[in-house]
Design a protein around this ligand. Structure first.
Ligand SMILES: [Zn+2]
Length: 133
């Protein structure tokens, strides 16, 4: 992913003269848990695809609501770590197959570059999520 991201930003710079702002790359379970916790508090729900992995993490959150933010994050991270050990990934960021970028100014140009490298662009609230398989 680091490699692909480098190619994408180089190519985008060549074509447009603009930089690519990467806001998130490979994540480790602790950081993934923190992001999910904050996301859940902010939105009131987990903005993730419904999956068994999500249900497990969600249950950990719901069953520990009386605990502190740090404690809940640690519990969620432990579950994510176990899932990763079993090759179950709540986010492609955990396997280094995803990155987030700030919306590029020249969206079409950017999208074509990503597609040409075998990736796809998913629009999120305030960024684009790039995913490679
Ligand atoms: Zn993402």
């Amino acid at each position: 992913m680091v490699d692909k991201m480098g190619k994408i930003s180089d190519e985008y710079y060549i074509q447009t003269g603009e930089d690519t702002i990467v806001t998130s790359g490979t994540r480790f379970p602790d950081y993934q848990a923190e992001l999910m916790y904050d996301n859940r508090i902010r939105r009131g729900y987990f903005a993730y695809l419904r999956s068994n992995a999500l249900i497990e993490i969600e249950a950990a959150f719901n069953n520990n609501k009386n605990k502190s933010r740090a404690e809940i994050i640690a519990i969620m991270a432990e579950i994510i770590r176990k899932q990763v050990a079993n090759k179950i990934y709540i986010s492609r960021h955990l396997v280094g197959h995803a990155a987030d970028v700030a919306f590029p100014k020249q969206k079409e140009v950017f999208k074509i570059i990503v597609n040409n490298l075998g990736g796809k662009v998913v629009k999120e609230d305030d960024h684009w999520h790039l995913q490679f398989n």
